[in-house]
Design a protein around this ligand. Structure first.
Ligand SMILES: C[S@@+](CC[C@H](N)C(=O)[O-])C[C@H]1O[C@@H](n2cnc3c(N)ncnc32)[C@H](O)[C@@H]1O
Length: 252
């Protein structure tokens, strides 16, 4: 990728489409607290902080929480929800973090590495700003059981297992897992109609870099699949959602 992908265009709908189901933010925060041994002494940085889906529930557990994003529109949503919580926000690029070496005890990234122009360079920046013994906390959502999503991804040749790709990149870059992956799962229900509407409105970043032709093929193939498979566009597809966090020490 030559340029990082800003979420400016998604700021207005991001929380409605990517947020945790009610109540699960607290569980997600616990994964970071446990994986990173976060405490009131911790100085934490989140790259690609967005609307604060992670920062808002995690920041109360640390001494200071910094968030960096290239999208001022996403951070404006976070500011509007901040209600007194001290999250220090900076517009900036994870490729060139505006912090001195060894500034943080923990750095956090959730669904950012696939959007940046050079994920390996970002990982080097994270190592630079971590103090010795500091941890990188990598988080990601996952879900299983979405036949419609699989048809769309195959039709547009999206990287089918993006999470696995970036987890591999982190370890291939020399980061050393610290403890095991921590995760929780939850029931997730979607309808074919919701999926089709999301695809037509291009709410996912996987839609943004497609040519018009690739996008049209994706839409036609997915619509044909839904037409053949579901009599009722509001039929509930039972899926399993999940969220995982893995801590890493920087390359030796
Ligand atoms: C999918 S959102 C994730 C937001 C948040 N981490 C979460 O999990 O809800 C990715 C965010 O990364 C930001 N981003 C993309 N490239 C970036 C870069 N090079 N430096 C900093 N932020 C970046 C986007 O603008 C967007 O707000």
């Amino acid at each position: 990728m030559t340029q990082s992908i800003s979420f400016d265009r998604a700021a207005g709908y991001y929380d409605a489409t990517r947020g945790f189901p009610p109540g699960l933010e607290a569980q997600a925060a616990q994964l970071f607290v446990e994986a990173g041994g976060l405490s009131a002494q911790t100085r934490a940085l989140e790259i690609g902080v967005g609307t604060g889906r992670i920062a808002l529930p995690v920041s109360p557990y640390v001494g200071s929480y910094y968030g960096v994003d290239i999208s001022s529109a996403m951070m404006a949503v976070l500011r509007s929800r901040q209600d007194g919580r001290a999250i220090r926000l900076l517009e900036g690029d994870a490729l060139r973090l505006p912090f001195a070496d060894a500034s943080f005890d923990a750095v956090i990234a959730v669904h950012v590495l696939h959007l940046v122009a050079d994920a390996s360079a970002v990982l080097r920046e994270l190592a630079r700003v971590l103090r010795p013994g500091g941890l990188f906390l990598h988080g990601w959502n996952h879900h299983t059981g979405s036949p419609v999503g699989r048809v769309w991804e195959a039709a547009v040749e999206a990287q089918i297992d993006r999470n696995a790709h970036y987890i591999r990149l982190v370890t291939e870059s020399g980061w050393r897992p610290h403890g095991g992956e921590r995760a929780f799962t939850y029931p997730l229900r979607r309808t074919p109609r919701e999926f089709l509407e999301g695809m037509r409105a291009k709410i996912w970043s996987s839609c943004w870099n497609l040519t018009d032709q690739q996008y049209e093929v994706g839409v036609r193939t997915t619509e044909a699949f839904v037409d053949a498979r579901y009599d009722d566009l509001d039929a509930v597809i039972e899926m399993t959602g999940g969220f995982s966090v893995q801590a890493y020490l920087p390359p030796a």
